[in-house]
Design a protein around this ligand. Structure first.
Ligand code: UT7
Length: 328
């Protein structure tokens, strides 16, 4: 039994914020942001007009279900990867289940930050290849604007809001679908990206809010170095384990954090940058949503052909990271 993606969808908020707009409130400039990150714009949700995290997730999910051409009642499980859900409790997956009316589905969230995408796909795949479920809806949904300290130029320039989704289904076609996953974690690095307040350890207080402790803190330089090293190693690992070489890969779908990270990885594994599907210039880093946002764009633009071999890559706070090989 294999699992394959049979439908994709995404939602990005209507409001586009350019680097130039950020310079009105931050000591930064367009040239710095473009040269250090590759980001030109990001989409920011407007909660007042109803663009909540669950709204974005549901929109992306509905599109994926329509694309898959299945009934809402056929969804057996909803998995959402997010660090910016509407509530801490209950899960975003339960809100999406309600909004979709997918009442035959089990529903839960996972916490793996920006690597929630690859962890989520892997969990969905496991439920299917074990024979337990037939159709799993996987969603990455992020309201990163609510987790960002807009006074901190180290992080405020990096993130955007979005949701992406895919329906993963069982398939008897042994020649296509997910071939393998490799997931990794190194908890010793957890202080490089973390939110000091708002957990059970430290409640949010006034002083904390002033210091931005209720928002994401990031050690950018260490994150950058770790990301390049670990993502490069994960590519080599998974190719070797499956007896593929880099020439076999049609496209690489990386987490969209920073163009310089992708360029460095491309250089280390000696793969042309043309093979990487990149859209972070428009959407910035949308955390758990980014991987499927790039895949959905390629899918909708008919860029992917039957038998293409794809390599999915993601890394996030923890650090957690992973890779997967997928045949279209
Ligand atoms: O999913 C994982 C999420 N996180 C990431 O992927 C982030 C990974 N890290 C990065 O992308 C990069 O480290 C950044 C883009 C965050 C920063 O780029 P960098 O080349 O590592 O810059 P830096 O932190 O070493 O800072 C260089 C200088 C500093 O000034 P001084 O100390 O040299 O005077 C910063 O204060 O750039 C300054 N700087 C800025 N200047 C203008 C930092 N942010 C900005 C800014 N605009 N937005």
């Amino acid at each position: 039994m294999k699992s394959r993606i049979i439908g994709t969808g995404s939602y990005v908020p209507k409001k586009v914020v350019s680097n130039f707009e950020l310079t009105k409130t931050l000591d930064t400039d367009n040239e710095w942001i473009v040269s250090r990150t590759g980001i030109r714009t990001r989409h920011i949700a407007d909660k007042q007009s109803g663009e909540t995290c669950s709204f974005m997730a549901t929109k992306a999910a509905q599109q994926a279900v329509d694309d898959a051409n299945i009934s809402i009642n056929d969804i057996d499980m909803i998995i959402v990867a997010t660090l910016s859900a509407d509530y801490k409790v209950p899960s975003l997956a339960c809100l999406v289940q309600e909004q979709l009316g997918a009442f035959n589905a089990a529903a839960f969230d996972i916490s793996a930050a920006c690597a929630g995408s690859i962890y989520g796909l892997s969990i969905a795949n496991s439920f299917i290849v074990s024979g337990q479920y037939k159709n799993v809806l996987f969603i990455g949904a992020e309201m990163m604007s609510s987790a960002t300290n807009w006074q901190d130029r180290n992080t405020a320039i990096l993130f955007g809001d979005a949701a992406s989704a895919c329906v993963i289904s069982s398939s008897n076609d042994d020649k296509s679908g997910f071939i393998d996953f490799k997931l990794y974690a190194d908890g010793r690095q957890h202080k490089h990206i973390f939110m000091p307040q708002g957990g059970s350890l430290e409640a949010v207080d006034e002083e904390g809010i002033k210091q931005g402790k209720d928002k994401l803190f990031m050690n950018g330089r260490e994150t950058f170095k770790f990301a390049v090293r670990s993502v490069t190693d994960s590519i080599n690992d998974i190719l070797q384990k499956n007896n593929f070489n880099k020439e076999n890969i049609t496209f690489i779908v990386p987490h969209q954090a920073n163009l310089r990270i992708i360029e460095a990885v491309a250089k280390y594994v000696d793969v042309s940058l043309d093979k990487f599907l990149i859209n972070l210039d428009k959407y910035a880093n949308t955390s758990a949503a980014s991987l499927m946002l790039a895949y959905d764009e390629a899918n909708r633009n008919n860029k992917l052909k039957k038998d293409d071999l794809l390599l999915f890559l993601a890394i996030g706070a923890g650090f957690v990271w992973g890779a997967s090989i997928y045949k279209v």
